[in-house]
Ligand binder design. Structure first.
Ligand SMILES: Cc1ncc(COP(=O)(O)O)c(C=O)c1O
Length: 394
């Protein structure tokens, strides 16, 4: 059941699910098997010749995964979706599949550290030409960075951790003029808040570990797009092997059923907490696209239904003051990741960017006093009271 005309919440519950399931189960079962058997050689040949569709071997997919893929495709307005063992497995498979030696990739600078690291080390080692551009420098800079061998523009939107929002229509127009593909990491937005395919983006990738799973209990990644591109990536995945396991696919399906309820709450918490922080004297800056003061607020309002549950901000103080603030918080856990029902907090200088020396951190824009707060589904009043006492105490 993938009727695109049904509402988002209905699709989250029923999308992709067979009405009649094995043994009359209500939920889609976990098929915990690594391989699938053939009744006889005739069936094998029928399958090999593409006359029947069925499973063959776990690295090529499993039935629980197929249902989750159909559900996510229905949510993202995509023809097809492909699940991976993690967001990074999805991202690296895209790069391996779409780039080759001497081709050129344009990557935007504010983004998940491991994506940037993969591009600047492994991809370069394999002979891919990589340009990293700051989207704050404007869209002319983006267009001027395109070369004859440019194949791909890859960016997050909103970005991690500063929550810049790209004007997707504009990026796509530039890319089309030069026959370049656009891939958007939409992890921070999720299909609930933004559907980049509607703006003409070629592929969308999500770390499903975050909001799609939503319970901090699984690792997964997903790519959505046209059947043609997803089919090509499926072939690359069959070689690279970054497939989601049946149990994680089940947890993902379970998490997705309450997806729209969680996101509505996380959007509300994000907005209320950003507004609270923006007026607090111990907070120097707040980065949240839902605030009118955010430089991309107008684009975000046009492109997004809500602004998500991540709020980044800077404490008016130094590294130690910021750590003291974090240690005083009682509700959020100090942890990497984001998007789950529990609020999480991190000081990027001491977690994601710890191994960099302070000078290098400053050069790429990660300040000592930056805090990234991922809001869960707790009550906004409790979160605000907790932030208030922690800020007042420093
Ligand atoms: C924006 C973004 N993309 C991709 C990833 C990687 O996803 P995963 O941890 O599922 O491999 C992350 C992880 O934090 C992320 O924040």
């Amino acid at each position: 059941m993938t009727d695109g005309y049904l509402g988002f919440s209905t699709r989250a519950v029923h999308g992709g699910e067979e009405r009649r399931k094995p043994e009359h189960a209500l939920t889609t079962p976990i098929f915990q098997t690594s391989t699938y058997s053939f009744q006889n050689t005739a069936e094998l040949i029928e399958y090999m010749e593409g006359r029947i569709e069925r499973e063959e071997y776990g690295r090529y997919g499993n039935p629980t995964q197929r249902v989750a893929e159909k559900k996510i495709a229905a949510l993202d307005g995509a023809e097809d979706a492909l699940l991976f063992s993690s967001g990074m497995a999805a991202i690296t498979t895209i790069f391996f599949g779409m780039l080759s030696r001497e081709s050129h990739l344009i990557l935007t600078s504010d983004g998940y550290r491991r994506t940037r690291q993969f591009c600047s080390t492994l991809l370069r080692k394999l002979g891919v030409d990589v340009s990293v551009i700051d989207i704050q420098d404007g869209y002319e800079k983006l267009e001027n960075s395109i070369q004859e061998n440019t194949r791909l523009i890859f960016s997050e939107s909103p970005t991690n951790p500063y929550l810049h929002v790209l004007d997707l229509e504009r990026v796509v127009a530039i890319a089309k003029r030069h026959r370049v593909k656009v891939v958007i990491d939409s992890t921070f937005a999720t299909p609930y808040n933004q559907q980049p395919l509607r703006w003409g983006v070629d592929l969308v990738v999500h770390s499903a570990t975050k909001y799609l799973g939503g319970h901090n209990d699984l690792l997964a990644g997903v790519v959505t797009g046209s059947s043609y591109l997803i089919g090509a990536l499926r072939d690359v995945q069959a070689m690279l092997g970054g497939i989601i396991d049946p149990h994680s696919a089940y947890l993902l399906l379970r998490g997705l059923k309450s997806f729209s309820l969680r996101l509505a709450k996380q959007n509300e918490n994000g907005q209320r907490i950003a507004e609270f922080l923006a007026q607090h004297p111990r907070v120097k800056a707040v980065y949240y696209p839902g605030l009118p003061s955010h430089p991309h607020h107008a684009i975000a309002t046009r492109q997004m239904r809500g602004f998500g549950g991540v709020v980044s901000f800077e404490i008016d103080g130094d590294l130690e003051t910021t750590s003291r603030f974090i240690d005083r918080l009682k509700i959020p856990y100090i942890a990497p990741s984001l998007g789950g029902v529990e609020s999480l907090v991190e000081q990027p200088a001491l977690m994601s960017y710890y191994e960099m020396d302070p000078e290098e951190r400053r050069r790429i824009g990660i300040t000592d006093e930056l805090v990234r707060l991922s809001l869960g589904i707790e009550d906004a009043e409790d979160l605000i009271a907790d932030l208030q006492q922690a800020l007042d105490g420093i």
